[in-house]
Design a protein. Structure first.
Length: 548
């Protein structure tokens, strides 16, 4: 097949890059290792047993990942993960794998099961090192990203508030903010007394019908998949728009197993597997968009005499600077609160401590969010297995009385890259196609511990002020690794000795190789969800590719 560009990965970055390239007249082959999903049949939220089903996991939609050093535990300062039914959930000595790296391989990638938060980075987050002396600055500023943020918001349909604080805008959100649910309204009242101003969250979920897609029905099950199409996942936004140009060829269930270089260092071809056959595809331009685990894995696996450390790795930085999701979340019951399970997940957010240096004694920032729905407290099963112990008639009575009164707060914070935190290849284990399995190593730093303690102290105070008598569940990164957002393993920068790609996503070592996913992030931000930034960067990368 003769095409102008080959893209590997049809998630947030790959889908946005495909649209951006097709829009500018280039022909694109888009390969994804996972399957296509059918929202109508794969997300049966109206069927019995819905609460016991998570996001579907058909064959080929999850990669096998191994875990290495996750760090030892010191004094917990009350940070241990637990719930009222099971007790302590972690280990007393070492961090263990909790939820692990939560990802989806398939057409749409992890946007299929994401909550849909659509955040711009705080402008100062791009200058972390300049402002705090820690971490790394980005090789671009907020002004360079702003027009692409605006474009993405209008392409996917983002609903957001008028007041966006430091995140200045050249145009308003295309849709008005979503109404706050009962849990968020309670947090608005409690936050005012404790330096937390909760406001409607920017969400890639439609508050009004938009471009043929319906408004959100507030079922609160975004993470189980959206059967209506109101959530702005890549499969219902960028990909249909790219296909409408007639310039996109999309092949699902097509894992890439090899990259081939020419004498001039260019990536001349790749091999992929589809329907049991191995196909070699020429690559005039290659864009990798497999995410911050699979992109470095593929690059590191391509070792030969000319590239003993793998491709794009003259700097030795591929796989390094891994940043996980640093999270704290807790839940309690609020007497008199009803219907807390209703409404849009993560409908309210507080950015008061989001900027670098906003947290005393730490670099990087923190955001707080209403989290009842994200913690899956939307049905009685979750209450009965995590918050309320017992059996028989007394248990049922307590469950009926308690349901709808849970209040959850979550916080996500900056992660400063550390030499111990990285993606490596397993020494002996491979997948079905012979590629070594990726190994995640992620160790908490003193800075991360300071931020976790701040999140916990502020969050518990907030819950108490909202009427929570005792915390019945706590989940933290302190003792359990669980990440929905991972970053940094092929970071961008001006210095080719300290980075993998330049400010447009072009690899320093191979002039026809580009990367368009969160692996290029030099820093994680102070709790911002990354999908909007991934997509803005991908559109910017597409423009640079088209410019030649």
């Amino acid at each position: 097949m003769i095409v102008d560009v080959v893209i590997v990965g049809a998630g947030a970055g790959g889908a946005a890059a495909a649209f951006g390239l097709c829009e500018q007249g280039l022909s694109v082959l888009l390969l994804d290792a996972g399957p296509r999903f059918d929202p109508v049949t794969d997300y049966p939220l109206d069927a019995p047993g819905w609460e016991r089903r998570g996001f579907p996991a058909p064959k080929g939609s999850r990669a096998t990942i191994r875990y290495g050093d996750l760090g030892d535990l010191g004094d917990d300062d009350g940070l241990a993960s637990f719930n009222a039914v099971a007790g302590r959930l972690g280990d007393a000595r070492k961090r263990i794998v909790g939820a692990g790296y939560s990802h989806v391989m398939g057409v749409g990638g992890s946007t299929l099961h994401y909550t849909g938060e659509a955040h711009r980075m705080h402008p100062d987050a791009l200058r972390l090192n300049t402002l705090t002396g820690m971490g790394t600055d980005w090789p671009l500023d907020y002004a360079a990203l702003e027009p692409f943020y605006t474009r993405v918001e209008h392409l996917i349909g983002v609903a957001g508030p008028e007041d966006t604080g430091a995140r200045w805008r050249s145009a308003p959100y295309p849709l008005p903010p979503h109404p706050l649910g009962p849990a968020a309204l309670r947090l608005v009242q409690a936050g005012a007394a404790h330096g937390l101003t909760f406001q409607p969250n920017a969400r890639a979920a439609l508050s009004e019908p938009y471009e043929g897609r319906p408004a959100c029905n507030y079922c609160a099950q975004c993470q189980r998949g959206c059967p209506l199409g109101d959530k702005g996942s890549a499969d219902v936004t960028f990909l249909p728009k790219a296909q409408a140009t007639g310039r996109l060829t999309l092949i699902a269930d097509a894992p890439v197993v090899a990259l081939h270089t020419g004498a001039n260092g260019r990536i001349v071809a790749l091999d992929y597997i589809h329907d049991g056959a191995r196909t070699r595809q020429e690559t005039p331009v290659l864009v990798l968009a497999g995410g911050a685990v699979q992109t470095p894995r593929l690059l590191l696996a391509q070792r030969d005499a000319d590239h003993p450390q793998g491709l794009a790795n003259g700097s030795g930085q591929v796989g390094r600077n891994f940043m996980e999701t640093l999270v704290w979340a807790a839940t309690g019951l609020v007497p008199g609160l009803t219907g807390s399970h209703l409404g849009l997940p993560a409908d309210a957010v507080a950015w008061d401590f989001n900027a670098p240096g906003a947290v005393p004694g730490a670099a990087g920032g923190v955001r707080f969010t209403q989290a009842v729905q994200e913690m899956a407290l939307t049905g009685p099963v979750s209450y009965g297995t995590r918050l309320i112990d017992g059996f028989g008639a007394p248990f049922k009575a307590r469950l009926r009385q308690a349901f709808g009164s849970a209040l959850s707060v979550s916080a996500i914070a900056e992660v400063i890259p550390d030499s111990r935190s990285r993606i490596t290849l397993h020494g002996t284990e491979t997948d079905a196609h012979g590629l070594p399995l990726p190994v995640i190593q992620s160790v908490l730093t003193d800075n991360s511990l300071t931020l976790l303690r701040f999140m916990a102290a502020k969050g518990r105070t907030l819950l108490q002020s909202a009427g929570v008598g005792s915390v019945l569940e706590q989940a933290t990164s302190w003792d359990m690794f669980g990440a929905t957002h991972v970053f940094g393993t092929a970071r961008m920068g001006h210095d080719a000795a300290q980075s993998v790609v330049n400010h447009t996503g072009r690899c320093h070592d191979h002039d026809n190789l580009w990367i368009a996913d969160a692996s290029v992030f030099p820093s994680s931000g102070g709790g911002e969800s990354p999908s909007l930034t991934i997509q803005a960067l991908a559109l910017r990368t597409a423009r640079a590719i088209a410019a030649g």
